[in-house]
Design a protein around this ligand. Structure first.
Ligand code: CTP
Ligand code: K
Ligand code: MG
Length: 181
């Protein structure tokens, strides 16, 4: 597999996991998941993790996976590169896994004394990748190993922090997000 192929497959396969967090930023607001509860004097998750953001983020990720499935044949013809299609379970595991990873990261941030919006370098950039891919490996192991070969995984690990910083930087510059991470 060439580097170009690995990049195309990695970006295609990860788009349903990349987009939910950005959709949640646009949709956020309303009741926090933790209902305001605290643990050890700190919020369990904080006001930055809401039911609405989580639901909309997940739905947008699933819808994007369905759209990519529809576009796959045309993309293969245009690019000359085979791109994956997403079974239903994988649509959900990528999209919801991304939201869950971000939620677990906020849980860890609060336990380590970081206030809402504080940066947690490394965790901020890879939380959603680890949980979305982990959940996908659990629900569809054969699909996971077919698509996420070692070169593709290597591209994901290198490219994701860069893409994450770029999209969050854009959201910050547009005034949609309070911090650029
Ligand atoms: N958001 C949401 N629900 C989620 C994730 C995000 O509503 N499950 C929205 C919130 O409005 C949040 C914004 O997206 O403030 C930015 O997300 P993020 O940077 O993950 O949250 P922070 O507010 O920085 O909080 P934390 O420190 O817990 O990450
Ligand atoms: K985050
Ligand atoms: Mg933040």
């Amino acid at each position: 597999m060439s580097v170009i192929e690995a990049v195309v497959v990695a970006v295609w396969a990860m788009l349903p996991a990349y987009v939910p967090n950005n959709a949640a930023v646009l949709a956020g607001g309303g009741a926090p998941i933790d209902g305001g509860r605290t643990w050890g004097g700190r919020r369990v998750l904080g006001d930055g993790k809401t039911w609405r953001g989580t639901a909309v983020g997940t739905l947008v990720g699933v819808a994007l996976a369905a759209l990519l499935n529809a576009l796959a044949p045309g993309a293969e013809d245009a690019l000359g590169i085979g791109v994956p299609t997403f079974p239903a379970a994988v649509m959900v595991s990528l999209a919801f896994g991304a939201m869950l990873g971000d939620i677990l990261a906020s849980f860890l941030k609060r336990r380590t004394g970081r206030e809402r919006g504080a940066a947690f370098p490394g965790v901020d950039q890879l939380d959603f990748v680890i949980v979305s891919l982990g959940l996908t490996a659990i629900v569809a192991f054969d699909w996971f190993t077919d698509v996420f070969t070692l070169p593709v995984l290597a591209v994901v690990v290198v490219l994701t922090p860069a893409l994450h910083l770029l999209t969050n930087g854009i959201a910050y510059a547009l005034g949609l997000k309070d911090e650029p991470w």
